[in-house]
Design a protein around this ligand. Structure first.
Ligand code: SF4
Length: 448
């Protein structure tokens, strides 16, 4: 029996920015066919999963069971990394009709026809990518997928494969579409963005230059002022052409780098199969600081990796202090089946849970202290912000509180890249006080 296509859909996304981008591809494909988004009692639920930790997989399976219990008639499609690593388990869950691998999710031709939609033959020629990022001021743009490395704790290369770069021309066209839709910050994301271009005889610096030259125009034909931001990138890959492009385009490329450190201890880094030691990481930070004006560094740290003793943890604290991060994301290690670190005994032994908790708290505390110091260092600084409601996000990835009175008509504009001057005053929420917009003192208006 052929079923009628669904009328409404709910999307749930777990995990990274690359996953959020992939969800957007599916969202565009379904909303274009007239489905409405609905959080309650949706006939179709699309769950984009993550498998980076065992916990992420457990949460996705739990969600499927709960949805099937609460809405027995709903049809569920599961995609994402868990769909690659555990397809059979997912297929056995109630109400799961589709398990879409990462390839199918990007070109959901079969999925759409199984849902009962007729496909325009020209559809097959539609350029990959999106035109808007629904519900977000900032748009994510996935520039590559996959990873060639083999970190001991990570299952991503197994489920996403080797690094594949999207062509620069396709990405430039997508940036133009996103600008035309009103987005003023484009976040370049992927799984290992520093490796963009390696498979097509190019490099990320070349792509940054090409994207920096993209000039969108608004409905009145005025040139759009916009910026891009690199999402997570390895410290060892911010050099040469990448760093030169950042230095050459300080307005177009946000002065912020999220560079996973994972550990500041050389023994732990080696067991993690990371390719740098703490000295090299810190040298990279120093070189970047020499080339950019007060850049913001943020990082991921993994605590409790097998064999991490007190001394190793002290080394991490010291390296983190020296790097001077503006924010830390601290994760406790948990063994992921299918990875080299799945058996902690082979890598120096598991760390007891109490120590992991204490170290996580100590590192988070240090991250808060460093964040405050960084924000104080930003006093009296010209910056650009993208507004998200009454909160702006500046290039250095700090939240800036923007009172409506800062604008001549007393109303917050909905979009735009605004010039402002930051004051080193911090609110209780860790936001920075905004003291002036260039609109009042210079051009009219500064939203371009
Ligand atoms: S660099 Fe390491 S942590 Fe990052 S995706 Fe590749 S294997 Fe995973």
């Amino acid at each position: 029996m052929v079923r009628e296509p669904p009328h409404n859909v709910r999307f749930v996304t777990f995990g990274c920015k690359a996953n959020q981008y992939d969800t957007q591809i599916l969202r565009s494909a379904l909303l274009r066919r007239g489905l409405e988004e609905s959080r309650r009692d949706a006939e179709l639920v699309v769950i984009n999963t993550c498998t980076v930790t065992a916990e992420a997989g457990r949460k996705a399976r739990q969600l499927v069971r709960r949805l099937a219990r609460e809405s027995p008639g709903c049809r569920i499609a599961v995609t994402g990394c868990l769909a690659e690593s555990e397809p059979d388990i997912l297929r056995s869950l109630p109400n799961v009709e589709w398990v879409l691998g990462n390839g199918e999710a990007k070109r959901p031709i079969h999925f759409l026809s199984e849902l009962g939609f007729e496909l325009d033959p020209e559809e097959l020629g539609i350029p990959a990518g999106i035109t808007e990022f629904v519900g977000h001021t900032r748009a994510f743009l996935k520039i590559q997928d996959g990873c060639d490395m083999a970190c001991a704790f990570c299952i991503i290369p197994r489920v996403r494969g080797a690094s594949r770069s999207r062509p620069a021309a396709e990405l430039s066209a997508e940036v133009r579409r996103l600008l035309a839709s009103g987005h003023r910050e484009i976040v370049l994301c992927g799984i290992h963005i520093g490796h963009w271009g390696r498979d097509i005889d190019s490099n990320l610096g070349v792509l940054l230059e090409e994207l920096a030259a993209v000039c969108g125009t608004d409905a009145e034909g005025r040139e759009i002022d916009w910026r891009m931001r690199l999402s997570s990138i390895e410290a060892t890959e911010v050099r040469g052409p990448v760093l030169e492009a950042m230095a050459r385009h300080p307005r177009r490329i946000a002065n912020h780098l999220h560079m996973p450190m994972q550990s500041g201890d050389d023994g732990v880094l080696s067991r993690m199969n990371r390719w740098y030691d703490s000295a090299e990481y810190l040298e990279n930070c120093a070189r970047i600081r020499e080339n950019l004006d007060r850049p913001a560094f943020t990082a991921d740290l993994l605590v409790g990796f097998p064999g991490e003793d007190e001394r190793a943890f002290e080394n991490t604290l010291e390296a983190v202090r020296r790097a001077g991060f503006a924010r830390l994301h601290v994760f406790p290690f948990s063994p992921r089946p299918g990875t080299r670190a799945s058996d902690p005994a082979r890598l120096g032994g598991a760390v007891d849970p109490g120590s992991v908790r204490e170290r996580r708290a100590a590192l988070s505390e240090l991250g808060s202290t460093l964040g405050r110091e960084f924000r104080r260092s930003l006093g009296d600084l010209d910056e650009t912000i993208v507004l998200e409601g009454s909160i702006g996000l500046c290039g250095r990835y700090q939240r800036v509180r923007v009172p409506a009175e800062a604008f001549a008509d007393g109303e917050l504009p909905l979009e735009g890249l605004w010039d402002c001057r930051l004051e080193a005053v911090e609110t209780a929420n860790g936001e920075i006080e905004l003291i002036g917009l260039s609109r009042d003192e210079k051009k009219e208006p500064s939203v371009q």
